[in-house]
Design a protein around this ligand. Structure first.
Ligand SMILES: *[C@@H]1O[C@H](CO)[C@@H](O)[C@H](O)[C@H]1NC(C)=O
Ligand SMILES: *[C@@H]1O[C@H](CO)[C@@H](O)[C@H](O)[C@H]1NC(C)=O
Ligand SMILES: *[C@@H]1O[C@H](CO)[C@@H](O)[C@H](O)[C@H]1NC(C)=O
Ligand SMILES: *[C@@H]1O[C@H](CO)[C@@H](O)[C@H](O)[C@H]1NC(C)=O
Ligand SMILES: *[C@@H]1O[C@H](CO)[C@@H](O)[C@H](O)[C@H]1NC(C)=O
Ligand SMILES: *[C@@H]1O[C@H](CO)[C@@H](O)[C@H](O)[C@H]1NC(C)=O
Length: 411
């Protein structure tokens, strides 16, 4: 071997080693950055809102292509890069077992309070994320729909048995579950009965990713493992609101059933208030066509107390109609909490704040309100389902959350 050739080889070797080292450092650095980002504790409850008037202007100047990197995100740059990587690479294997005519594979329907579940079942099959090759998959989807079981009137006890039999069937038939005891598997359920129906399998609860509409800590939601599915009542009765501040003359609005402690208190404390429009009853259809929805267009803030579940379709309604949601719940992991900074487009309160509700809302300056409203318009697309799915919509945000979770498990 000539020395020139040797030198060249050595050079190649060194530059290869150098680039490997560089890559390793880069990976380490980005993971440190990510873990620092995601391990920061959630911001304390808002008593003073921190939308600087300046940031409103900066946000308005962003061009559409850069929308993803808006200031409504915790780390816009990381989101943008990681989102693009997800779109390119993320692959999910859907187990093919189960008759689509019974409880499996396809959605029950794409309408109503639990539409998010139906859309996910529909969207994943229409999307680029699906792979037929399990060896290429980052995650495995267990396509059993508790909403379909409910539609067929299955009892809760029977649901539990059906889920158990189905998953145990997959465990014995395929090698994938046993490799991680289900840690790279996920299921999706919007109705809270689905959360209970899956409790028969220890590792489905402990290891698998649960994408659920009722992400309450007191029913076992694990924020860094599970995914909060936004609850969106579809279709929306009226078009999206926004950029219509001059029409928003009511300070705060809520009308609904008193089916939780916090709602009872809300109604009792504020029902006769002249500035807060609080009705302790649902607005009846007899009052007029879509009167309930139209109130969202005329209000600055829409109060979203938890009902029988901590979640409520009212949050997505408020976002859609351009009315700033006021979250009034304890133990609620808000959808996309780890991606979006809710304090930039919502008012996040604890239940005990209900007694100061009016003063808290009145304390929010006009500039801060306008900032919240403009940011709200920017996040509307994240809380909207589509078929086929479109970039940055609810489906893609859920996929992004799954993509983040998959970084922690690799087979
Ligand atoms: C909130 O802001 C007001 C007025 O700007 C200030 O007086 C008060 O100390 C602040 N409260 C907190 C908890 O930061
Ligand atoms: C539950 O399962 C049993 C046994 O398969 C069946 O006889 C019964 O009708 C089911 N009940 C409901 C409500 O699904
Ligand atoms: C996975 O493990 C379970 C429990 O040990 C076993 O019954 C099952 O057969 C295994 N699955 C496969 C595909 O080997
Ligand atoms: C305000 O309300 C009026 C009457 O309902 C409507 O015609 C108008 O378009 C609204 N303005 C905006 C900016 O949405
Ligand atoms: C609101 O007004 C109604 C009718 O006047 C009255 O019965 C009720 O006690 C009032 N509620 C509160 C909290 O003051
Ligand atoms: C509202 O603002 C005033 C004056 O800054 C402050 O004294 C009061 O504590 C605030 N109230 C609430 C409920 O935040």
């Amino acid at each position: 071997m000539t020395s020139a050739k040797q030198g060249q080889q050595q050079f190649c070797f060194f530059s290869l080693r150098a680039s490997l080292l560089f890559l390793a450092i880069l990976t380490l650095a980005s993971f440190t950055y990510l873990s620092l980002k995601y391990s920061t504790p959630p911001p304390p409850q808002v008593s003073n809102l921190s939308v600087a008037p300046g940031s409103v202007k900066a946000a308005a100047e962003e061009d559409d292509g850069e929308e993803a990197a808006s200031d409504t995100h915790h780390s816009p740059r990381v989101f943008k890069l990681n989102y693009e990587e997800m779109e390119k690479n993320f692959k999910v294997y859907i187990y093919p077992d189960g008759d689509p005519k019974t409880f499996y594979q396809t959605p029950r329907k794409l309408t109503g309070k639990y539409a998010s579940e139906g859309y996910f079942f529909q969207n994943i099959r229409e999307s680029r994320f699906r792979t037929q090759n399990p060896d290429l998959a980052h995650l495995f989807f267990i396509p059993i729909s508790c909403h379909k079981m409910r539609g067929k009137g299955t009892s809760y006890e029977n649901m539990t048995i059906i889920v158990q039999n189905y998953v145990e069937g997959l465990i014995s038939k395929y090698p994938y579950w046993n490799r991680t005891l289900g840690a790279d598997h996920f299921f999706v359920t919007c109705h809270d009965v689905g959360v209970r129906a899956t409790e028969g399998l220890e590792f489905l609860v402990k290891n698998s990713i649960r994408a659920v509409c009722s992400p309450s800590y007191d029913v076992g939601f694990i924020p860094h493992k599970d995914v909060a599915l936004p609850q969106v009542l579809q279709p929306f009765a009226l078009p999206a609101g926004g950029n219509d501040i001059e029409n928003r003359t009511t300070l705060g609005f809520w009308a609904g059933h008193r089916n939780s402690k916090i709602r009872v208190i809300l109604a009792r404390v504020w029902e006769n208030d002249t500035e807060l429009d609080i009705s302790n009853n649902r607005i009846s259809r007899a009052t007029g066509h879509l009167v309930y929805q139209k109130r969202f267009y005329r209000s600055k803030f829409c109060i979203c107390p938890g009902g029988s579940q901590v979640n409520s379709a009212r949050i997505a309604d408020s976002i859609h109609y351009g009315c700033i949601p006021v979250i009034l719940s304890d133990y609620y992991d808000l959808p996309f909490n780890d991606i979006l900074d809710w304090n930039k487009f919502a008012v996040v309160l604890k239940e005990k704040d209900v007694y100061q509700l009016k003063q808290i809302l009145k304390n929010i300056s006009y500039e801060v309100f306008v900032g919240l409203h403009n940011n709200l318009v920017k996040v509307q697309k994240h809380f909207q389902w589509n078929s086929p799915p479109i970039r940055y919509d609810a489906f893609h945000m859920v996929m992004y959350d799954l993509w983040l979770r998959h970084h922690t498990i690799k087979y």
